[in-house]
Design a protein around this ligand. Structure first.
Ligand code: C5P
Length: 237
């Protein structure tokens, strides 16, 4: 897999017009995009279909969490849109993850979100009603539930990725957001990693938003990120 095909650009925009303008700016070579809650709520399935029609792969990051029947039907709809990856919350439980797997079929990869990075620490103990002494342990526990229920991988912070990778083996996908080139602003992200660090931590894919989309020259920012990912190599490089 080339460095470029491992970088997923997050289209966190307000409209399909803005999203497609960014896709145009990044050019034909960039083929993998993330559509999350914000853009999906603004622009809906039509935007996803437009991306797929242009030959782009779509990571639909809807972080589904509902009763198994509803998640299965939602996952089926995502698969029919032609997306490449879909997210559900691992904390929805094994039955829900299995239902997502059934709804998706075999052509769409299922990723589980373990612990939201925004919740890590005291917030997690508060919602779960028990002390949480090690967030990485909880991440790993949920990753194993997800894997055993049929997920293809997890979304993970770079800081937790090596531990997850060591336990889940090489066939389980690790997708890492929170990427910032060395020396740039972290913005609201608490746990960030450079592209090279994410690759060395075991990432299969890197999700990158503002470091590219808000750069003065997004295509140049993407190009330098791809060069760094390629140089870092990693297990799939
Ligand atoms: O910070 P940046 O603009 O690169 O964020 C890119 C995407 O990664 C966003 O769409 C965000 O929702 C997602 N994300 C994240 N941190 C997580 C999980 C997802 O930044 N822990």
């Amino acid at each position: 897999m080339s460095g470029r095909s491992r970088v997923i650009v997050a289209l966190d925009t307000h409209s399909s017009v803005e999203a497609m303008a960014l896709v145009d700016r990044l050019g034909d070579d960039q083929d993998f995009y993330k559509v999350g809650l914000e853009l999906f709520t603004w622009a809906g399935p039509e935007l996803v279909s437009s991306l797929v029609d242009r030959g782009k792969r779509v990571f639909l990051d809807l972080k589904m969490h509902d009763i198994p029947n509803t998640v299965s039907r939602g996952a089926k709809a995502a698969a029919e849109l032609g997306v490449d990856m879909l997210t559900v919350h691992a904390s929805g439980g094994a039955e829900m993850i299995e239902a997502a797997r059934d709804g998706l079929g075999d052509d769409t990869r299922l990723l589980a979100v373990t612990v939201l990075t925004s919740l890590a620490g005291e917030g997690l103990g508060e919602v779960w009603g028990r002390p949480v002494s090690s967030v990485p342990e909880e991440v790993l526990r949920l990753a194993l539930i997800a894997r055993d229920a049929g997920a293809d991988g997890v979304v993970s912070a770079a800081s937790e990725a090596p531990r997850v990778r060591a336990s889940v083996g090489n066939d389980f996908l690790l997708v890492i957001p929170g990427i910032r080139p060395a020396g740039t602003d972290r913005q609201d992200q608490k746990r960030v990693a450079t592209p090279a660090h994410a690759v060395r931590s075991g990432a299969d894919y890197l999700v990158v938003g503002r470091a590219i989309t808000q750069a003065d020259d997004p295509a140049a920012a993407l190009q330098s990120m791809v060069a760094e990912v390629t140089a870092a190599g990693g297990r799939r490089g």
